[in-house]
Design a protein around this ligand. Structure first.
Ligand SMILES: [Ca+2]
Length: 307
């Protein structure tokens, strides 16, 4: 098997053909482009999960990234899905902007060594994202200026198959650095979302945890019908996945950051990207709403291949 680019990995042998796009050139030679989403190289973490924790053990979620402005201002989370692409929420980013992506991070105030910083060379917001409730298609892809090497601290989440389902029996966790959601203020956003962001800030200010370190929380998936009944007609789309009950715990996840759920093969799937929730975040009865990544698998693959 021949690889076009220099960043083929030793473990490529384990890939199945789904991870390759076979392209032909004028000579008729076949080349294999490294995977688009590496279904066999994803979703592993060396940290065993303990229910009830709040600060995550360092690097428990090695796909978790921090989105920052060029002045190191953290404003959203995201998830690594292969060696050069990150999934986040569309409401976090603008296509005209360049962002810093910090991978391998845990404590944002301490340089541990595994942190890697990349800048974005492409920001792709979903074409049909609308910045007003219910924020449909709240997903974006970020291309890093250089691929990253996978390590114990930097590793992609699995992108779920289109028909993968996650239920309240699934073990799911949210994670994020929750203290900095207000940084979107200097970026062009609509007032409704701004209010949502402010509500997150208020909640997080009441949190006594150390918000410079990655926080995590075990959380239950709520089925879409129940979630829709709680929110009211039209709010919950089949491209959403709901978690929790809308109280303070569900605010732990940064916007754009991962909802990680344990898959059948015990690897962690990127079930969702944090999208929106109840203003104030403390009103029980209103689950938090995430972008359901399984519904965007094809969109993700198509845009990575084209870019
Ligand atoms: Ca650090």
């Amino acid at each position: 098997m021949q690889f076009m680019f220099g960043f083929a990995f030793a473990f490529d042998l384990h890939l199945n053909c789904l991870q390759y796009i076979v392209v032909t050139f004028g000579t008729g030679d076949l080349f294999y482009i490294p995977y688009v989403v590496p279904d066999d190289i994803c979703g592993l973490t060396s940290i065993q999960k303990i229910v009830g924790g709040s600060e995550s053990e360092a690097h428990a979620w090695p796909w978790q990234v921090s989105l920052q402005t060029s002045s190191d201002f953290h404003f959203c989370g995201g998830s690594l899905i292969n060696n050069q692409w990150v999934v986040t929420a569309a409401h976090c980013v603008e296509e005209s902007e360049t962002y810093q992506i910090v991978l391998g991070e845990h404590d944002r105030n301490v340089d541990h060594g595994p942190e890697v910083t990349r800048t974005t060379i492409k920001v792709i917001k979903h074409e049909d994202y609308h910045g007003e409730a219910p924020y449909p298609n709240d997903i974006a892809l970020l291309k890093l200026h250089q691929p990253v090497e996978f390590t114990a601290e930097i590793y992609p989440a699995c992108v779920p198959m289109s028909d993968d389902v996650f239920t309240k029996e699934t073990e799911c966790w949210i994670s994020g650095w929750g203290d900095t959601k207000g940084n979107r203020i200097d970026i062009d956003i609509d007032i409704e979302y701004l209010l949502l962001v402010l509500s997150y800030i208020l909640v997080n200010k009441q949190d006594t945890g150390d918000r410079t370190k990655l926080q995590e929380m075990r959380i239950d998936v709520v089925d879409n019908q129940s979630c829709g009944e709680k929110w009211g007609k039209g709010y919950i789309l089949d491209t959403n996945i709901c978690v929790g009950n809308g109280d303070i715990g569900a605010c732990n996840g940064d916007s754009g950051g991962p909802l990680s759920c344990r898959g059948d093969s015990n690897t962690w799937m990127l079930a969702g990207a944090t999208s929106w929730g109840i203003s104030g975040c403390q009103t029980a009865g209103y689950p938090n709403v995430y972008t359901r990544i399984s519904k965007y698998r094809q969109w993700i693959i198509e845009h990575i291949v084209a870019n």
